[in-house]
Write a protein that binds this ligand. Sequence first.
Ligand SMILES: [Zn+2]
Ligand SMILES: [Zn+2]
Length: 331
Amino acid sequence: MRRLLLPQPAPIESRPLQLSSGDVSAPGSGQLRLRVLACAVCHTDLHIVEGEITPPVYPIVPGHQIIGTVDAVGDGAGDWAVGDRVGIAWLQSACGTCSFCRRGEENLCPQARFTGFHVDGGYAEIVRAEASHAFRIPPGIPDEQAAPLLCAGIIGYRSLRKAEVSPGEVVGLIGFGASAHLAIQVARAWDCTVFVFSRGARHRQLALDLGAAWAGTIDQPPPSALDRAVIFAPAGDLVPAALSLLRPGGTLAINAIHMTAIPSMPYAAIYGEKTLRTVTNATRRDGREFLALASKLGLRSTVMRYALEDAHQALLDLKQGRIEGAAVLVP
Ligand SMILES: [Zn+2]
Ligand SMILES: [Zn+2]
């Protein structure tokens, strides 16, 4: 089987991923082995490849939005069967016993392990994964459509909830990539008025096509103040800018695993009981809720498809803002 290994981080322009072949051993206790059908590309993959966040060991196979078919089931892996369609997301496992896990905050577990970071991910034809955190994918969602739901979708959904979005509110989405293009569909289903901020003209057009009431750049004043906002772009200077657009009592959530430094800002930027919070990983509950919602609402991922060996191009296109919706690798 073929896979893409990252021996050490480097700029994507230097093509640091190496195509290699090898065998994947039988699944261990509690594990599944799956044949990858599609793996969506996340901005986190780019951060890992370029060394902005660093896994504990190299080489590593990136990729944490995996749709696959179970081809072997380890002992004690629950009721999975060969041939089942399965989704593997960023949270590969959590300890289940710490105070965070017991509070339902397994996303914050200090022992949490991440796919394509602690263990090899889905830029491959075959991968092993813990059955405990595998998702059943609702029927009727094609593989390439389903893959971006697993991180972009789930984390976008958690971000809307962490931003305390209520039905009918005015919501700002800042940065319009894979996650925001799914989150807008949820917010529209909740009857929210959505304003989208993006540097990219094509991203703004996609936002309007998906039901945004207004799309502009962060320097342009939107039609009204925002009740809630989510930042999806890893640029710290967006934080004071977004806070200035919020009404008193509004909430800003940051959906980013890595962000450039947030500039100092006057206290007035957050005074008026504004809330600023981050979104960190996601729980199994987020995943189950969101996948059920995606199926019920008929969410559509806009997908740009790449062959596995073209992952460098997919990541470069992501870095340079050329992806509309989500990039998906198909082995
Ligand atoms: Zn991700
Ligand atoms: Zn734990």
